[in-house]
Design a binder for this molecule. Structure first.
Ligand code: UD1
Ligand code: CA
Length: 507
């Protein structure tokens, strides 16, 4: 590997061209495959970020869905990357021709855009050997019997690349494949790029013909090798899946070495942008996405999803919780089955229990919202208890209103809190209340109809039935059902695995 200064000096005469205009035909989807994400990062950004990291000025050739492509790249790289346009996608050789106006450096690195696993070392090795050998053109190969790659065919005095669809030989014998990364002298390209012939079958112009052209002219060609896993090209969803498995496995190994325990490492998804504190536990099927930051000694249990969420130390997320764009402080408990939505801030030692949904809300220290609750646009003070089944009614169909619940408040079960509303310190609300007005400090608010008992109701009303009559009717029904059950005994035996003796038994 080069040192930084050495690298800058060495690579000053190098520029890069990324081929990203292709139609992604083999994906059979309606979006450019280079927008597909691998561990949360779009495929094209793997190539552009790699080259930026190596300080190589880069041009991307765009065509299919070019506006979105340009935006995707400039959103990240701003104006640090140039573009060339290939209006009609007539192959990789044709794409390169379309970038001609952007050729300035002495050596030009050309790379497919669909290679997300390429490392710095692969590029550095190619460059070093290209320069050392004074080659006209150099390219990377790997060994694989995968039949979707161009095959490098070497004889005593010639080298050429035969594309997968034109190759009839034995893929196991001819297992040297073309990776899709080349460095060529600019002068060679300028002189020979127009001599690439259109392929008769596909009607495309292949960049790979440049190797055969250089070979025929006896120009020096250098071949470097790389591990197949690092140069995998992505042409199908299956290949995308395989590449993501490799990336994800590397990421999970990294976090394991940082002291993170994974219960089912093979079915956990982590984006590249996530960080996890030492001593944390990640359960089966957990997905950690976006800019999620997990503190130290946290536990995130099975099938929970955290997206753009900051989790403080020792937080406990029970299973099946979905948490997005939220901040959850230290020593909190969330879930199971909680839905913590955007702009939720759960402060330390607070508890959010099962089937609780929150949005635009703050829940302060030591407060408990344990069962079946919705809190929207709500500020909950500390040491508050929210009873089961409580709902903040924050939306009147037109606008959203706020609910403020101050410290030490006790909200009874099954309350509807009609916003805008303030419930002051130490106040209580009775179970089943519909609270429409502010509640003063230390008060008990009861807002429900008072219960009346109508004595002798069942005797006076012909439609009402006594409990006795009801039970005799139920009994008859049960007997009839049992008789039917016996008639159909063989059927039921199969279905329920009861023995004949058990069937004959009187109920
Ligand atoms: C290419 C190579 C093949 C090599 C393989 C490595 C050619 C002809 N073949 O095949 O030898 O083994 O990569 O993965 O180059 N693109 C354009 N414009 C086009 C067509 C493609 O910009 O008109 C871009 C695509 O967006 C893609 C790249 O070029 O990023 C490679 O194209 P792709 O169709 O994937 O080439 P392969 O068939 O994989
Ligand atoms: Ca490809």
């Amino acid at each position: 590997m080069f040192l930084m200064n050495e690298k800058e000096n060495h690579m000053q005469n190098l520029q890069a061209i990324i081929l990203a205009a292709g139609k992604s035909t083999r994906f059979n989807s309606d979006q450019n495959k280079l927008f597909e994400k691998i561990c949360g990062k779009k495929m094209i950004l793997y190539a552009t970020q790699l080259l930026e990291h190596l300080n190589i000025p880069t041009t991307v050739i765009i065509g299919y869905q070019k506006k979105i492509m340009q935006k995707t790249i400039t959103d990240y790289h701003h104006n640090r990357i140039n573009f060339s346009i290939q209006e009609n996608q007539s192959g990789t050789g044709h794409a390169l021709i379309c970038s001609r106006d952007n050729w300035h450096a002495e050596h030009i690195l050309i790379m497919n855009g669909d290679m997300p696993l390429v490392t710095n070392e692969v590029i550095e090795k190619l460059y070093k050997e290209h320069i050392a050998s004074k080659a006209t053109i150099s390219f990377v190969t790997a060994h694989s019997s995968n039949n979707s790659y161009g095959r490098v065919i070497k004889t005593n005095n010639s080298i050429k690349i035969i594309e997968a669809r034109n190759f009839n030989g034995d893929i196991h014998e001819q297992c040297c494949i073309n990776a899709g990364i080349y460095i060529a002298k600019k002068n060679f390209l300028t002189e020979h790029i127009d001599t690439i012939k259109q392929n008769k079958i596909s009607k495309e112009f292949y960049i790979t013909d440049l190797i055969g052209i250089a070979s025929k002219k006896n120009l020096p060609i250098t071949i470097t090798t790389a591990p197949f896993d690092q140069i995998r090209g992505i042409n199908t969803f299956e290949e995308l899946w395989a590449a993501e498995q490799i990336k994800r496995a590397a990421l999970i190994k990294y976090w394991m070495n940082q002291g993170v325990r994974f219960s089912f490492a093979q079915n956990i998804h982590i984006d590249l942008t996530v960080s996890i504190g030492t001593g944390s536990f990640i359960g089966c099927g957990v997905q950690l996405l976006g800019n999620t930051k997990i503190g130290k000694n946290c536990a995130i249990h099975a099938f929970s999803l955290l997206n753009n969420t900051i989790l403080g130390d020792r937080a406990l997320i029970r299973s099946h919780s979905v948490i997005e764009n939220a901040r959850i402080d230290a020593q909190t408990h969330v879930g199971p089955f909680a839905h913590v939505r955007e702009n939720t801030h759960i402060k330390s030692h607070a508890t959010i229990g099962s089937f609780v949904e929150t949005k635009n809300s703050t829940i302060s220290h030591y407060s408990k919202v344990k069962h079946l609750t919705y809190l929207g646009d709500t500020t909950v003070g500390s040491h508050v208890n929210i009873g089961a089944g409580t709902i903040t009614c924050n939306y009147d169909g037109i606008k959203k209103e706020k609910t403020i619940i101050k410290d030490n408040v006790f909200i009874g079960s099954n309350n509807s809190l009609i916003a805008p509303l303030t419930i002051h310190e130490n106040a209580y609300t009775a179970a089943g209340s519909v609270i429409t007005d502010n509640v003063p400090p230390n008060a008990l608010a009861i807002a429900r109809a008072r219960q009346t008992n109508k004595d002798g109701y069942t005797q006076k009303t012909p439609t009402a039935q006594s409990p006795e009559k009801k039970s005799s009717k139920t009994k008859k029904k049960t007997e009839r059902t049992t008789a039917e059950y016996k008639d159909n005994a063989p059927l039921f035996v199969a279905a329920t695995l009861l023995t004949q003796e058990e069937l004959n038994e009187e109920p």
